[in-house]
Ligand binder design. Structure first.
Ligand SMILES: *Cc1c(COP(=O)(O)O)cnc(C)c1O
Length: 407
């Protein structure tokens, strides 16, 4: 009786979303009301291990107490000043982020897509003011299967038809080459090329890892051709791959790094770009901005999110347990699995086309208490918060194995 009532609570809330919201997502029908660390609870009291971590926004674990405290404390003091005035959190946030990244300056935004837009503006400005590209002719090289967000400019250079369908006309000035193909990128460079924009590993495409040396080659091309290397670390950054930044795996230094998602540990939308003076110094007052960008709550939350990531050694945990998870998942003997690949606690289980798609496995895992979401149709993404323990990981892997080897 009680269970029936609870189940109808889920159904009622799903019905509300479906009745009154735009249907721009196809979520699993689990209605979450509470979360802590790697665990979430739904409205009928079921507990799940979160293996998506809000697309890597909650690397620090759900509702990390120190980040919650920072959010509450700062909200009580002052929440929004606008950038018309200054606030006492922004300077320290800039300083700490530049110390962490080794870049000279920060430009804060809110969402990932806005940070990508900011990077595009920075690269174009640099092309015109420094490189001397004729006005209106700057080009940015991007890659097939990219995901950089959902604005009209960004979806315009997507290769996913659904992302674009019905949303044109699109912004010109982008040239698309195959992901992982540095030679194709090199061939696409012209005197008007401003930048190459790349994900070090493609998350939304299904945890696609490029060939070794790909980023290093892009770095060399940008050096030789005088263009900027822009790296989108919104999903790959902040420990997800077992390093603070995924580009560190290739020991390169991009000209500009784009970050978001875990920059706030899931408590607030905070994004940023970092770069040196030669690029960032080109922004003049009035060139670019955001009402909420760099607000005191965002800055206080991000400062704490960065601090706990380092102090609680979450990046090291991602490296250690990620390697362990990949090994164990690769050992699963399943007729449905085509490939298991990953870096750090960021694993893609690519299913065989005969498996009937990843969705049914995600539904089965949900029944067993593990929340995963299919990426495109054929990849199960395993990306828990980086605070996961070995025992919790074993618990999840047992269930993933059962789902992949069951009927
Ligand atoms: C999520 C994501 C974005 C967009 O971030 P939003 O906050 O959703 O706008 C951009 N690039 C990458 C690589 C992402 O994973």
């Amino acid at each position: 009786m009680e269970r029936a009532a609870e189940l109808s609570k889920t159904a009622a809330l799903v019905a509300l979303e479906d009745s009154f919201g735009a249907h721009n997502y196809h979520p699993l029908d689990v209605v979450i009301e509470r979360a802590e660390g790697v665990w979430v609870w739904d409205v009928d009291g079921s507990k799940y291990l979160d293996c998506l971590a809000a697309y890597s926004a909650v690397n620090q674990g759900h509702c990390h107490p120190a980040i919650v405290q920072a959010l509450v404390d700062q909200s009580r003091r002052v929440a929004l000043t606008s950038r018309a005035f200054r606030n006492d959190q922004l300077g320290p946030f800039y300083q700490e982020l530049t110390q962490l990244t080794g870049y000279e300056r920060v430009l804060p935004m809110n969402t990932g897509a806005e940070a990508v837009e900011t990077a595009i503006k920075a690269a174009r400005k640099w092309a015109y003011k420094v490189k001397g590209v004729p006005d209106g002719e700057a080009e940015i090289i991007v890659f097939s299967d990219n995901f950089h967000g959902r604005t009209t400019t960004i979806v315009g250079f997507s290769t996913d038809d659904q992302y674009k369908d019905g949303f044109g006309p699109f912004t010109p000035g982008f040239r698309i080459v195959p992901y992982g193909d540095a030679a194709a990128a090199e061939q696409a460079v012209t005197p008007t090329t401003a930048a190459i924009l790349v994900e070090p590993i493609q998350g939304e495409a299904g945890i696609v890892i490029p060939p070794d040396g790909f980023l290093r080659r892009l770095r060399q091309i940008c050096d030789a051709e005088n263009c900027l290397l822009l790296v989108d670390e919104i999903q790959s950054g902040l420990g997800r791959t077992g390093k603070m930044w995924a580009y560190e795996h290739e020991e390169i230094r991009p000209d500009l790094v784009i970050m978001g998602k875990a920059l706030s540990g899931g408590l607030y939308p905070v994004s940023a770009i970092v770069a040196d003076d030669q690029v960032m110094g080109l922004f003049q007052p009035g060139d670019h901005g955001s009402t909420y960008g760099g607000n005191p709550v965002a800055a206080a939350v991000a400062r704490t999110a960065l601090r706990v990531l380092v102090e609680e050694r979450m990046v090291e945990n991602s490296a250690r347990l990620g390697a362990y998870a990949i090994e164990r998942l690769q050992a699963i003997d399943s007729p449905y699995v085509a490939e298991v690949r990953g870096r750090g606690l960021w694993v893609g289980i690519e299913l065989d086309r005969s498996a009937g798609g990843a969705r049914r496995f995600c539904e089965a895992l949900r029944e067993m208490g593990v929340l995963c979401k299919e990426t495109h149709d054929h990849v199960i993404r395993v990306a828990p918060p980086l605070v996961i323990t070995r025992d919790e990981l074993d618990w999840a892997i047992e269930r993933i194995e059962r789902a992949l080897t069951g009927p």
